[in-house]
Design a protein around this ligand. Structure first.
Ligand code: FES
Ligand code: FES
Length: 165
């Protein structure tokens, strides 16, 4: 066991975990943050995507020692940040996924949203190719992707009105 000092969704946490645990295993099994999904657990599906210092990262491939001292955001943190920015409820991007019907089983959705969030934080008006590129590491076995791309486009259009994505 080792104690890792992590900053997750704005909170500093000290967490004791086996040294071989991935960041994803710490999130899910030590901290109960199960929004990040454990799909392939080997870097293929994107379901575990979180943000580290604003960039998307596959939590199943990240060792916690790699991200100590960095700012980690999980899907659970998006609504919190949205409310801290003056919004209410779910983030603009989460609402856009909901309104576009951009899910079926929903397993890919947290990872899709975290990758899209990182895109929108660096590109206010992405075109369809930008969105496809940003989500190219996130696999969906259900939707065919069209509603997902539509949701990201809608969020990009709306985020100026709401102050955050
Ligand atoms: S669970 Fe991490 S990429 Fe699939
Ligand atoms: S909605 Fe089922 S995997 Fe994407």
């Amino acid at each position: 066991m080792r104690v890792f000092h992590l900053k997750i969704n704005g909170d500093s946490v000290d967490v004791a975990a086996p040294e071989h645990y991935s960041l994803l295993e710490i999130l899910r099994y030590e901290l109960g943050l199960t929004g990040s999904k454990q799909g392939c657990d080997k870097g293929d599906c994107g379901a575990c995507t979180v943000q580290v210092d604003g960039a998307p990262m596959l939590a199943c491939l990240a060792l916690p020692s790699m991200v100590e001292g960095k700012s980690i955001t999980t899907i659970e943190g998006l609504a919190v940040q949205h409310c801290m920015d003056g919004g209410e409820g779910a983030s603009v991007l989460q609402n856009a996924f909901d309104e576009a019907g951009a899910l079926q089983c929903g397993f890919c959705q947290p990872g899709m949203i975290m990758s899209a969030q990182a895109l929108l934080e660096h590109n206010d008006s992405p075109n369809r190719d930008d969105i496809k590129q940003a989500l190219s590491g996130n696999l969906c076995r259900c939707t065919g992707y069209t509603q997902i791309y539509t949701a990201v486009e809608a969020a990009a259009k709306n985020r100026g009105d709401h102050g955050s994505a």
